[in-house]
Design a protein around this ligand. Structure first.
Ligand code: ADP
Ligand code: MG
Length: 520
């Protein structure tokens, strides 16, 4: 298809970028581009909200490229939450500025400083993650005094990852006279506050999700906890046609799934923040080149990554926040292709799933669970553990929590899942998401000390969360049977048959607890 050049030109985009757009074979601007580019090019501060894959990079990229004076120090700064996104944004900027080349320095942690120091000396544009940007600012190797445009990309994720203080410091380093652009998938109240404090009468624009509902099929399977993995493996073997992304809520869960898929003869690569940069880059390139078909990942690791040709999105764990569900499914059914989002839920996911149905009002059809043989997946007492520093776990799936503390991590699916949250152990005030708190009475448990993780390093997973058991579990009539997860860290959802009590069932009406029923 030909590019409708005029439709881009009308937004104010000039020739050099138009030429690049033609080469990229973009037909017409996306909704968020139509709404934001004219504002950005006119120098306004803009807050733009739209889903992953809607073309936000070109929106701020055209602003940077068109306004930039070269060779005059760092004039534009893009802050991104993850290293992969920094690479991706820089790569896109290189493409869009092909006919007006800029010097772009990419700055993130986990790699040596030398090359970055060299690049920074000549850079016109810097793209980087908050932590390493701060390192360079402190060392004096990055000076922001000449910044004209400051861009926060995936701002909601940066806040979720606990980068707020770094971001504020970076903003304060930039001259007051500047343009500030904020891009995000969603606009939370924290973002609104940040914008109010650091942006000048920002104009807010947003675009509806690019997911075409007629192209996206959403289904779920309701399975027993111990069959989750087997059902996933079965579906991956029998259903996937193109690339598949399997989402898990925690790094531990990613490791568990990826490891066991491979053990069962299904090639899968894994990506999460615990891998080295080299490993993550390798995995991504394998996936981009379609040498790998299945990627198991956390939300954070996959966020914002531009991966084409994803036919299936699997939710091995149901996300804790409904907006994450929307992000996940938005990875498929793109660019006119069909896609399928498959959620595999077991009792531990009911609470999360119910929240998704209520808040997003999405239609997700139940599928009959296929009859599958239970596969061997390493659990407690099992054999397979990865990495040098993980020893075998003999806990037999019991006594969760305890053994975590001795620096011994176990990959058994029964415990620990959930409590690691998304926080990365960077120290500092990270937000811990608490855990699903399933398995054992200790619930989601932050690791004490050392890791800077978890609000108080203590207990308090978002436990429980049985969703309306009565009257049809999901989508049906939930009257009188709605039970929410409670916040007491000490209770959680144990599995029957493991010597644990079933959790109390909390019955709410109009948001108020009317009854707590103990079940023995
Ligand atoms: P976002 O930042 O909103 O997640 P990206 O900027 O990463 O989205 O863009 C997603 C993909 O869409 C990229 O491969 C990009 O090249 C492509 N793209 C951007 N604008 C257009 C357009 N107008 N038409 C078609 N594809 C586009
Ligand atoms: Mg983006």
């Amino acid at each position: 298809m030909e590019t409708n050049v005029e439709s881009f030109r009308q937004l104010g985009i000039a020739e050099p970028i138009l030429k690049a757009i033609i080469e990229e074979k973009f037909e017409t601007p996306t909704e968020i581009q139509v709404k934001s580019i004219p504002l950005i090019l006119s120098g306004k501060d803009v807050i733009a909200a739209s889903a992953t894959g809607s073309g936000k990079t070109l929106a701020f990229g055209s602003g940077i490229i068109q306004a930039l004076e070269k060779g005059k120090g760092v004039r534009a700064l893009v802050v991104t939450p993850t290293r992969e996104l920094a690479d991706q944004v820089a790569g896109a900027l290189v493409k869009f500025s092909r006919y007006n080349p800029l010097k772009i320095a990419v700055i993130y942690g986990g790699v040596g400083m030398g090359f970055q120091l060299e690049n920074l000396r000549h850079a016109d544009v810097v793209v980087g993650t908050p932590g390493r940007l701060m390192d360079h600012i402190r060392r004096g190797s990055l000076k922001l005094g000449k910044i004209r445009t400051m861009i926060m990309d995936e701002a909601d994720l940066m806040l979720d990852m606990g980068f707020i203080e770094d971001i504020k410091k970076i903003l304060k380093e930039c001259p007051a006279e500047r343009q500030t652009l904020l891009f995000s998938a969603t606009i939370s109240s924290d973002i609104a506050k940040l914008a109010q404090r650091y942006m000048k009468s920002p104009v807010e624009v947003s675009a509806v999700s690019q997911v075409d509902p007629s192209k996206l099929m959403q289904v779920y399977y309701d399975v027993a906890d111990d069959m989750k993995f087997s059902v996933l493996a079965h579906l991956l073997k029998n259903e996937t046609s193109d690339l598949a992304m399997v989402f898990c809520n925690t790094k531990r869960s990613v490791d568990f799934v990826a490891k066991n898929l491979n053990r069962n003869g299904i090639d899968a690569s894994a990506i999460h923040g615990g891998y080295s940069q080299a490993q993550r880059n390798h995995t991504l390139s394998q996936f981009h080149n379609k040498r790998a078909q299945i990627m198991v990942c956390t939300d954070v690791a996959a966020r914002g990554l531009d991966i084409k040709g994803v036919s299936h999105v699997y939710n091995y764990d149901i996300p804790r926040e409904s907006k994450q569900y929307i992000h996940r499914i938005g990875r498929t059914a793109r660019a006119g292709n069909d896609g399928k989002a498959v959620s595999i839920l077991s009792p531990r996911d009911y609470g999360n799933f119910d929240a998704i149905l209520r808040y997003q009002r999405v239609k997700i059809a139940q599928e009959t669970t296929p009859q599958v043989t239970k596969l061997e997946a390493s659990k407690g007492g099992g054999k397979v553990l990865f990495g040098r520093d993980r020893r075998e776990c003999n806990c037999g799936g019991q006594g969760h929590g305890q053994h975590q503390h001795g620096g011994h991590e176990c990959a058994c699916e029964n415990h620990g899942e959930g409590q690691q949250g998304q926080s990365r152990g960077f120290g500092g005030p990270r937000r811990s998401y608490g855990g699903q708190g399933h398995g054992g009475s200790r619930g989601g448990q932050g690791r004490p000390g050392g890791y800077g993780q978890g609000r108080s390093g203590g207990f308090g997973g978002r436990s429980g969360g049985y969703g309306g058991r009565s009257g049809g579990r999901f989508g049906g009539n939930r009257e009188g049977g709605y039970s929410q997860g409670n916040r007491s860290g000490a209770s959680s959802q144990g599995k029957p048959g493991e010597g644990q009590r079933e959790p109390p069932m909390i019955i709410k009406r109009n948001g108020r607890v009317v009854r707590v029923k103990r079940r023995y």
